[in-house]
Design a protein around this ligand. Structure first.
Ligand SMILES: *Cc1c(COP(=O)(O)O)cnc(C)c1O
Length: 369
C-alpha cells in the first residue's frame, strides 16, 4: 500500500530548520511580548514586502479587522469584497458592524473582478475594497486600485495566501493602502501557532494600528482611539518567523515547481488548472476545477491522496448570514461547486507529485473507458 500523501505537512516544510535556537533565544531573554524579536521581524518583513512599515498582530483575521478600523470603517459602512475566499474578510467586516457588498470574481483567476468592482461602484459608495489574492494568485490589483483611486476608496489586500507573490517586482501587500497577512502554520510563511501582520506605507495607518492592537493606547494606560483590542504577535512566534523568512522565496519556488509539473501532466484533461505559473502565483493552494468533484475526490482518497475544497460555501450563502435578497454571483457559485485542492507543499517529493499526477490521469482514463 502506498503511503498517504497529505495536503500539507508542517514537518516537511520545517525539516532541516533549527527551530530550537530562536525559541531558546526568547526563553533566555525572559521578554515575551512586544520586544526586540517583534520589532526586528516587523522591519524585516516590511523590507521584504516593499512597504515602509509592518505592524504585527495576533492573526490574519485581526489584521483585516484592525486594518478596516484603521481606515475608519465602522458600523453601517459598506465594504466591497469577493465571496469565495473562506469568509475571512467577511468575518472582519461583520466584526466591526459593517456590511459586505459581494461582487463576482474573474473566471480565470478566481480573484475579485475589476469589471464587477467598476459596476458595483455605479450604485455603491463603499468605505473600502478588499482584494484577496486567492490561492497565492495576485489579483487584478493594479486595475482595481486605479478604479478605487478615482472614487477615492482605499484598497486592502488580503495576502494571507500570497506572501511574496509579485508582479513586475512589486510584492503582494505593497499595492494597496494596507496589506494583511496571516502566519497560520499552513501559510506560505507560517509560525508555530497563530500570527498576523499588516503592512503599510502610510504613517497615519501605521500609528493607528499600533494603538489599536494594544487597547487603543496613545501612551501607556491612556486610551486615545476607540475600537482598541489586544492583538499582538508574541516574541516566540516573531523569532521563529525571523528564522523562516529567508527561506520564503525558496519555498515559493518549490510550490510553483510542483504546480508547473501538475499543469503539464494535466494538459488535455477535462479539468481547469491554475491560470498562472509566474511570479504572480506562489501556489499556496493548487486548485483545479472540474465537474463531478465528489467522485474525483473519492477516487484520490482510495489511492491515499488527501484533497480538500477551498471553499465549499460562498460567503453570501453561509447559514449564519445568508439573506434571500442577495444577488447571484454565478462565477463564485460555480467555483464553489467545482474546486478541488491537490497536495502542494514545500518538501513534497518528486515521486509524490508523480503519483498524484498519475492517479489524476488514471481517474479520467477509467471514467472514459
Ligand atoms: C488564513 C486566511 C485568513 C485568516 O488568517 P488567520 O490567521 O487564520 O486569522 C484570512 N484570509 C485568507 C485568504 C486566509 O487564507
Amino acid at each position: 500500500m502506498n503511503h498517504p500523501i497529505p495536503l500539507f505537512s508542517a514537518e516537511r516544510v520545517n525539516a532541516g530548520l533549527d527551530l530550537h535556537t530562536p525559541a531558546l533565544r526568547v526563553i533566555d531573554s525572559h521578554w515575551y511580548v512586544l520586544g526586540n524579536e517583534v520589532s526586528s521581524f516587523e522591519q524585516e518583513f516590511a523590507a521584504y514586502c516593499g512597504a515602509s512599515a509592518c505592524v504585527s498582530l495576533a492573526n490574519g483575521t485581526d489584521a483585516l479587522e484592525l486594518g478596516l478600523r484603521a481606515l475608519d470603517v465602522g458600523p453601517g459602512d459598506r465594504v466591497v469584497l469577493a465571496a469565495n475566499a473562506g469568509f475571512y474578510g467577511s468575518t472582519a467586516v461583520h466584526a466591526i458592524g459593517a456590511t459586505p457588498i459581494y461582487v463576482d470574481v474573474n473566471p480565470e483567476t478566481l480573484t475579485l473582478s475589476a469589471d464587477a468592482v467598476r459596476n458595483a461602484l455605479r450604485n455603491e459608495q463603499p468605505k473600502a475594497i478588499v482584494v484577496t489574492h486567492l490561492y497565492g494568485q495576485l489579483g487584478d490589483i493594479e486595475s482595481i486600485i486605479a478604479i478605487a483611486e478615482q472614487a477615492k476608496i482605499p484598497v486592502i489586500e488580503d495576502c494571507a495566501q500570497s506572501h511574496g507573490a509579485a508582479r513586475d517586482g512589486k510584492r503582494a501587500g505593497s499595492f494597496g493602502t494596507i496589506g494583511c497577512f496571516s502566519f497560520y502554520p499552513t501559510k506560505n510563511l507560517g509560525a508555530l501557532g497563530d500570527g498576523g501582520a499588516v503592512i503599510t506605507s502610510c504613517t497615519e495607518v501605521d500609528k493607528r494600528l499600533r494603538q489599536l492592537r494594544q487597547y487603543g493606547w496613545g501612551a501607556k494606560y491612556h486610551v486615545t482611539v476607540t475600537g482598541g483590542r489586544n492583538s499582538r504577535l508574541d516574541e516566540m512566534q516573531a523569532a521563529i518567523l525571523r528564522d523562516k523568512l529567508p527561506h520564503l522565496n525558496r519555498w515559493n519556488a518549490e510550490r510553483r515547481h510542483i504546480a508547473r509539473r501538475y499543469n503539464q501532466a494535466f494538459s488535455g484533461l477535462p479539468l481547469r488548472c491554475p491560470a498562472s505559473l509566474g511570479d504572480d502565483y506562489v501556489a499556496h493552494l493548487y486548485v483545479v476545477r472540474l465537474a463531478g468533484r465528489d467522485d474525483f475526490r473519492a477516487f484520490l482518497k482510495e489511492h491515499s491522496i488527501v484533497t480538500d475544497v477551498h471553499y465549499p460555501v460562498p460567503d453570501h450563502l453561509q447559514a449564519a448570514y445568508a439573506s434571500p435578497t442577495d444577488a447571484a454571483l454565478p462565477v463564485t457559485e460555480d467555483a464553489c461547486n467545482t474546486v478541488v485542492s491537490l497536495p502542494c507543499f514545500p518538501g513534497m517529493t518528486d515521486e509524490e507529485v508523480e503519483r498524484v499526477s498519475r492517479v489524476v490521469c488514471l481517474y479520467f482514463e477509467e471514467k472514459t473507458r
